[in-house]
Design a protein around this ligand. Structure first.
Ligand SMILES: [Cu+2]
Length: 337
């Protein structure tokens, strides 16, 4: 009994140490994703990945949309000001919570230049619409809420032009980022059709490419002091677009200074903002419905791009090492307080 309890405590740490986007909700409409590395069984707006492992290295081509990311069949409907909730989970089927709690969560968008379901985003022009780091003056990251089962919540910029967009959801975990190249990137792409009659566009200086936006030496990616008391985080990538200044994500504001409200009368009317934030936070564990597909282990068709990932396969030892290092940090953290 004790042994099996111990086993069940340790096993998720070893097996489900990574994760993916399980579903997305836009103004309450839910779009389910497909399990990792299976034959897609659900028509989804979420681009399916073939591994839940992190992308390693800022110049890795998989940093665009995740390992082996494949186009999705649908585009999720959204509007300027829409509330978006992205549900990141651990494992490959949605059966366990997101395992990490250290590092930022960021969201980018890019125009699809046509139909998103056939769009190759490798040279897309991305602009940042949301960044969530440490919660006001504490060492607790917004990411800890995801580990507790909550979605990441943010809004589509309230003046964004209508059109087809890719939404790029990204978690970076920093538990190994005390060494260069140690940061773990979890990108995922969701296809959107944005309606409305707004005309807002990012400026070219607000746009970046993936790969290209980050370097392994960026202060928000190589973070030797991440577990030190008083550590304050510097987000990598471009600033959040001005477009998003009226629709910034509620709640935990990162350490960066808030954009001063414009005194001009042209500011968007507050009535365009969602009046209440959804409160559908699933309880964990067991809060997640059974996986959409547990039928097949057929390998996902390999993308035509060829060999992209350098660190996709990790030995069991590497996982144990990760766990051990985490324990060390926790211990170090505790003794530092
Ligand atoms: Cu992981």
């Amino acid at each position: 009994m004790i042994a099996s309890t111990l086993f069940s405590l340790i096993l998720p740490a070893l097996v489900s140490a990574h994760g993916y986007v399980y579903k997305v909700s836009i103004d309450g409409t839910v779009y389910q994703g497909n399990s990792v590395g299976t034959t897609a069984t659900v028509k989804s707006a979420i681009r399916q990945v073939n591994s839940n492992e992190p992308v390693k290295g800022a110049t890795n081509p998989d940093i665009t949309c995740g390992p082996g990311s494949q186009p999705a069949a649908l585009a999720a409907n959204a509007n300027p000001g829409s509330t978006v909730q992205v549900y990141w989970v651990g494992g490959t089927t949605g059966s366990s919570p997101w395992p990490h709690d250290t590092g930022p969560v960021m969201h980018y968008m890019a125009q699809c230049q046509g139909d998103c379901s056939t769009y190759n985003p490798s040279s897309a022009e991305w602009f940042k619409i949301s960044e969530l780091g440490q919660q006001n003056g504490t060492s607790t990251w917004y990411q800890a809420q995801i580990k507790s089962g909550g979605p990441v919540t943010f809004t589509i910029p309230s003046t964004l032009a209508a059109g087809n967009y890719m939404l790029r959801s990204e978690i970076i975990t920093l538990q190994l980022a005390m060494t260069q190249g140690g940061a773990e990137f979890y990108p995922s792409c969701i296809q959107l059709s944005v309606g409305g009659s707004q005309t807002g566009q990012p400026t070219t200086s607000e746009e970046v490419k993936f790969p290209g936006a980050y370097s392994d030496t960026d202060p928000g990616i190589y973070t030797p002091n991440v577990y030190n008391p008083g550590f304050t985080y510097t987000f990598p990538g471009p600033p959040v677009v001005n477009l998003a200044s009226n629709g910034s994500s509620g709640g935990s504001t990162p350490s960066s200074a808030p954009t001063a409200p414009s005194p001009s009368p042209s500011a968007a009317s507050p009535s365009s903002m969602p009046s209440s934030s959804p409160s559908s936070t699933p309880s964990m564990p067991g809060g997640y419905p059974p996986p959409a597909s547990a039928t097949s282990s057929t390998p996902y068709p390999t993308p035509t791009g060829g060999s992209s990932s350098c660190m996709r396969k990790r030995s069991p030892e590497a996982h144990v090492l990760v766990v051990d290092k985490k324990r060390m940090h926790r211990r170090r953290n505790r003794s530092a307080h």
